[in-house]
Design a protein. Structure first.
Length: 248
């Protein structure tokens, strides 16, 4: 299939599965925690790249509920990295007008980290620059279950007519309520799956798999992914008359 022209950048919400930190370390004979530290550096760099592309929404997958299956030493290290990231970067992010939101299940997260999360969200709630959404202790299925419970409770009390439940009501009860669904999902590393990430929201999201391990992800990688996105036509089930050689 060939395209008649290249689109301008219409990317408003970028989602990223930052995968490959552990393998980055293993390939170098280093402890896995080294890769996670380098991964945080890559996230900091990404936040500077995003400014150039003028992307208003960014969602990153930093810790899955499934990650609790890993050794306690590794999960403790991941908790500590979030703790240090907030403590170290919050002031600078606030200066840059970044709005921070952390989505996911707050259970099992240390109380001091929850306090840091609440403080960062409260401090930046009125910022109108980049909307940075961090999925931490997150599961797409858990998010859907949580939404179903909220909707069921509202139906039970009579606040919602069960026959009126539609996609908009479901979306409004998700952790991501109020923001647009991702236009593009980038997954780094060699895996090619969504891994329980934003299961509802990714229905029509374009996906780009980059073999680069997350600690090595740079501006060039991001540029390639965005250029690829800008050369796609998102049809949402419809057709485009200006797509040549397409008989579907």
């Amino acid at each position: 299939m060939t395209f008649s022209s290249k689109r301008e950048n219409n990317l408003s919400h970028l989602a990223i599965i930052m995968d490959g930190n552990g393998r980055w370390s293993e390939y170098r004979g280093l402890p896995r925690q080294n890769g996670h530290k380098e991964g945080v550096k890559s996230l900091r760099n990404l936040l500077t790249y995003i400014e150039d592309f003028k992307i208003p929404y960014l969602t990153v997958f930093s810790f899955s509920t499934d990650n609790w299956k890993r050794p306690k030493s590794e999960t403790s290290n991941l908790m500590n990295l979030l703790r240090k990231f907030i403590q170290t970067d919050l002031t600078e992010l606030h200066k840059k007008n970044v709005k921070i939101r952390v989505i996911g299940n707050r259970e099992r997260i240390p109380k001091d980290i929850i306090n840091l999360i609440n403080s960062s969200e409260d401090l930046t709630k009125n910022n109108n620059g980049l909307y940075l959404q961090i999925a931490f202790n997150y599961s797409g299925r858990d998010e859907l279950v949580n939404a179903i419970k909220k909707i069921s409770s509202s139906a039970k009390t009579g606040d919602i007519d069960p026959s009126a439940i539609d996609e908009q009501i479901v979306s409004s009860n998700l952790f991501t309520a109020g923001i647009p669904e991702p236009d593009l999902l980038i997954r780094t590393g060699s895996e090619k799956r969504v891994s329980n990430f934003l299961l509802w929201q990714l229905a029509y999201t374009e996906i780009f798999f980059d073999e680069t391990l997350w600690p090595d992800f740079n501006r060039d990688n991001l540029t390639i992914a965005i250029n690829d996105f800008n050369n796609r036509y998102r049809r949402f089930g419809n057709i485009k008359k200006d797509i040549k050689n397409d008989t579907t």
